[in-house]
Ligand binder design. Sequence first.
Ligand code: ATP
Ligand code: MG
Length: 876
Amino acid sequence: MKAQELRQLFFEFFSSKGHAIVPSAPMVVKNDPTLMFTNAGMNQFKDIFLGNHQPVHKRVANSQKCLRVSGKHNDLEEVGHDTYHHTMFEMLGNWSFGDYFKKEAIEWGLELLVKRLGIPEDRLYATIFEGSKEDNVPRDDEAFGFWEKCFKNPEGRIIEGSKKDNFWEMGETGPCGPCSEIHVDIRDDEEREKIPGKDLVNKGHPHVIEIWNLVFIQYNRKSDGVLEQLPSQHVDTGMGFERLCMVIQGKKSNYETDIFQSVIKEISMITGKQYGLNEKWDIAMRVIADHLRAVSFSIADGQLPSNNKAGYVIRRILRRAVRYGYNNLGIEEPFIYHLVPVLVNTMGTQYPELQKGKEQITKIIFEEETAFLKTLGKGLKMIEKMISDLKKEKKNVLSGKIAFEMYDTFGFPVDLTQLILKENDMHLDLSGFEVEMKNQKNRSREDASTEAADWIVVMETEGTEFTGYEKTEDEVRITKYRIVKIKGKESCQLVMNKTPFYAESGGQVGDTGIITSGNEKIEITDTVKENNLIIHIAKKLPSDPSKVFRASVDIEKRQMTANNHTATHLIHFALRSVLGNHVEQKGSLVTPDRLRFDFSHFSKLSREELSRIEELVNIMVREDHNGKIVTGISLEKAKSMGAMALFGEKYGDTVRVVEFGKSVELCGGTHVESTGRIGIIKIVSEGAIAAGVRRIEAVTASKAEEYINEKIKTLDEVASLLKSSGNITDSVEKLLSENSSLKKSIEKFQAQSVTIMLKELVDKAIMINDIRYISGHIETESADLLKNIAYQVRSSSENTVLVIGSESGGKANILVMISDNLVKERNLNAVAVIKEIASDINGGGGGQPFLATAGGKNPAGIDNALKKAGEYIRNI
Ligand code: ATP
Ligand code: MG
């Protein structure tokens, strides 16, 4: 069965059991400070489990793009070395939100695998939670009972497991519960007879592996560690799609399935090396095939490789692939980008975003590969130098600190460092390296350290009503609060029954303002969203949280933010009109002061294009379009209205459409009533931020006025300096041309005076050691002029050494010229002379045997340096 059909069969199976089949959430997570990438199917349902959000359907199933390369789940180091862990993989899952529980989950799990997919029951094993005294949780007898009933022959098929494998927790606090894993034994019969499969479960055997995990969420862990029963129980399951494919297609490795084969074949074509012949090659091919998917899907989701956070994780994945290609397959040219079309062919139907982003993905991968291969080249040179230094010092251990620096600053892989050292009979101080690595990890952990106390409930309610689209002030009650310590600093988080405060999302910053009750006034410094909860960050806890408060948003900032948000939409629209429909939003930031808009486009915007865009948006401002806002409609409906879809929408979300004239966008932000309020939009910068992604920054209203006035003021100042009443450009051009002709005359005069000075020096030449020795000061600003003279002397006289010192702008310069015949016959070297005397002027220099120069900070030392040069010649 082909992968495509298998995925479909899974959907049909759960659909027949009353599940709604929902799309995968994006793999790159926005708006969640605790998670960079989706690492399990349940992530997008987190707020349902936490009780912050009511589910639309009580039963859903899907295939979720997951990435396990950071945080709690990090499989990166396994990938390629084993045959069943990926960085990016698809997780098939079915969920019950307070609906069915263990019985159905177990029954259907076995029905699908055994009856529908034909996996022989005697190859399957189920694990159950053995219980924990510490947590006061009993053995999961319930699950045991259902497995016992559902297996035809349960003898030896059900295994007890510990907390590590069989108790799932969302985080340090929150929903959790026992789980049951299904493992499958795909070994040949001969081997199965030797060792029973049940002895190999959870032992890391590549052919006895976990394929499905059924989690039964029934507890909530509080911050003091105690578990309490949840009012309603949920099911959360996850099955590795690639592993299931391997089993169903009768393969022994995920990479032998049709999901990976076409990419692996392409790698073989490019490298001329066949898969399956050499373990070292195979590992590299697996790494590359896997990482290609992770990087391509991330870029398609809007996360480009960069130097920090999620972007850095992606960059490192790609670099790992390049490195395996370089080390194991000997490829020194960019080549991974060539694989993108094959990947798109394999997965583009199920994931259209991949198809859509094809061109951009290819370009970005090419650019990253090229840059990293250069780093590798540079790093190799650095290592060569370090090795030669070590050899000189007769040492054979490279310090961990240096290796860490190479790794951390230049991205140079430590295993490559080790390999090269080994080839030179040297080694790395690995423990020193590990200490540095640990220190860095600790530093970043401290940076991110957040301690949150449990929520204290003041009043039971159903979520928070957001009233901020209509109002900027409202009467509110605090429903719960908690004290949070971030990097040692305490603040208070408040949740309310309703709020006019907009929580940071969709690029728009959160509202600030105050809440008051009687004489008490508490500042709200930010508003954020966490798992769909609107959280107000307050400087302190109100003395009596149960009171009624007047919540007031800072209106000026809100208005300025709204100006910028609406302006962002107009700019998006104008970009598409002027540049074409390939322009897509790649990110945005809307603050009260300015706006930033990132979009896909492949070349620098010309002056004309920028003027045209600015002109268009300002026309739309003056046309004063009223904002039309439609809320609570489905994604499909919104798209049919012509709204531009953004990434980040999840299943179950109803969307909001914001229309200003011809600009129609999906957006949850706050906007102006009509575009006239914006006053004026001024683009202040345009540039590239990655291959195929550009950034525009702009200001509006009073900030635009300030910007324009500042520019005019500068022009006025220039005009008054020029004493020009007419055209400033003409005046400046005239000034520049005068300046250049003055420069020319000065150079001429200088050349003349230098020639005179030189003649004086030549007249005073003395003979030392049969060499004509010319030495002294020449005052000139131009180092080039000095060199010119030296060349003149060199070409016109033999047997001469010229040593000149000059001072300009508080700095000292020295030049040493030696006639060619002396270089040849008496083995004199100007560089050696310079090295000898440069310390006197507090500097350093170099050059060639016939001409060397040095610059330094101490002009007072010139005389000494000249004297030393004379002695040097005397002593040869
Ligand atoms: P393992 O012990 O094999 O790493 P896990 O315990 O981390 O698995 P879960 O977190 O329970 O796995 O995820 C559910 C399912 O997702 C697993 O049963 C497995 O089939 C699949 N899975 C987990 N991690 C990966 C991965 N890195 N690559 C491919 N599939 C995976
Ligand atoms: Mg794992």
